[in-house]
Ligand binder design. Structure first.
Ligand SMILES: C[S@@+](CC[C@H](N)C(=O)[O-])C[C@H]1O[C@@H](n2cnc3c(N)ncnc32)[C@H](O)[C@@H]1O
Length: 294
């Protein structure tokens, strides 16, 4: 399945892509946004693509191959952006894009364990070289910690019930698969609260994914260093899909503006058009924010 880049036109217009400039796509995914940056910065713009998922970076590599030496791809966590730039002998860049969350490539592959709609091991690591899996978390974390994760990262009203059900189940046998966890969550949430619109397991899966990949911590870290590597007039554009992420971005932008290091370009988050939301349901929760280095 192809990942459709979200708010493509809006992202390009806020990034102000021009030839001869250097852009960082810190969440390369399948390379949809990256390819458009390359088209709009022809003939000599440089794209530095960062991605920590082996399968995703391979897809992007194939797609961006025609752009030759204008493309530099690095398989790494984006929090290491300053070191990556140093390694590439690049001092400052003209734009940074962060398109947070999962790509359809990851969601579609059952064996990655991200989707409650597909059978697979309860993994959920985007970077499969490191860290613990979702199965490690549900089988080993304490009841209060599981409850906190489901409540904070999933905004799940039945966090305590689900955490209790998980702990009870793992005493009988370890929870190893997406479908095993989905069944536990379905049983833990009273039937009358099962929504027809979204699967009752959605929030629990989201919460575990955020925790497994330390998504909020990584976002805070890249925000702390991002503005420092921008040239004067350079821009950072962030697409987030979750209210917790959007709040972190909003607060960081306000802090920097107070410090006088950036200007907020989008006082309110920009959202996708109705047509885009209809054509690409994944775009529905997207919020775009942009700031410019002064
Ligand atoms: C929504 S997708 C990006 C899709 C891309 N813009 C496109 O148009 O194809 C987000 C990607 O960011 C990657 N990612 C998330 N956190 C990361 C991190 N800390 N470091 C590197 N890559 C990360 C994920 O693995 C995923 O492939």
């Amino acid at each position: 399945m192809v990942h459709i880049p979200v708010m493509l036109e809006e992202v390009m217009s806020y990034l102000q892509c021009k030839s001869g400039r250097i852009y960082v796509d810190a969440t390369l995914g399948g390379g949809g946004h990256a390819e458009e940056i390359l088209k709009r910065t022809a003939p000599d713009g440089i794209l530095l693509g960062i991605e920590w998922d082996e399968e995703a970076i391979k897809e992007a590599q194939k797609r961006l191959d025609p752009y030759g030496e204008r493309v530099h791809l690095i398989k790494e966590n984006f929090i290491h952006l300053p070191e990556i730039l140093k390694m590439k002998n690049i001092e400052k860049v003209d734009g940074i894009l962060l398109d947070l969350g999962l790509s359809s490539i990851q969601l579609e592959r059952g064996e990655r364990g991200f989707s409650f709609q597909k059978e697979g091991p309860l993994d959920m690591r985007m970077d499969q070289r490191t860290g613990c899996t979702a199965a490690d978390l549900v089988n080993h974390l304490s009841l209060p910690e599981l409850e906190r994760i489901f409540r904070e990262y999933g905004e799940e009203p039945f966090a305590r019930r689900i955490a209790k059900a998980v702990v009870k189940e793992r005493e009988i046998q370890p929870i190893q698969t997406t479908q095993a966890l989905r069944r536990i969550v379905h049983r833990a949430i009273p039937k009358r609260f099962h929504s027809k619109r979204i699967d009752p397991a959605t929030r629990t899966f989201q919460a575990l994914r955020i925790r497994v990949n330390e998504e909020l911590d990584n976002l805070r870290k890249i925000l702390d260093v991002g503005w420092q590597v921008l040239k004067k007039g350079g821009r950072i554009v962030i697409l987030s899909f979750h209210s917790l992420e959007d709040r972190i971005v909003k607060e960081a932008f306000r802090r920097w503006e107070k410090e006088g290091v950036i200007r907020i370009v989008t006082p309110k988050p920009v959202t996708p058009t109705i047509e885009e939301q209809r054509e690409n349901p994944r775009s529905r929760s997207a919020k775009l924010r942009c700031a410019e280095r002064v």
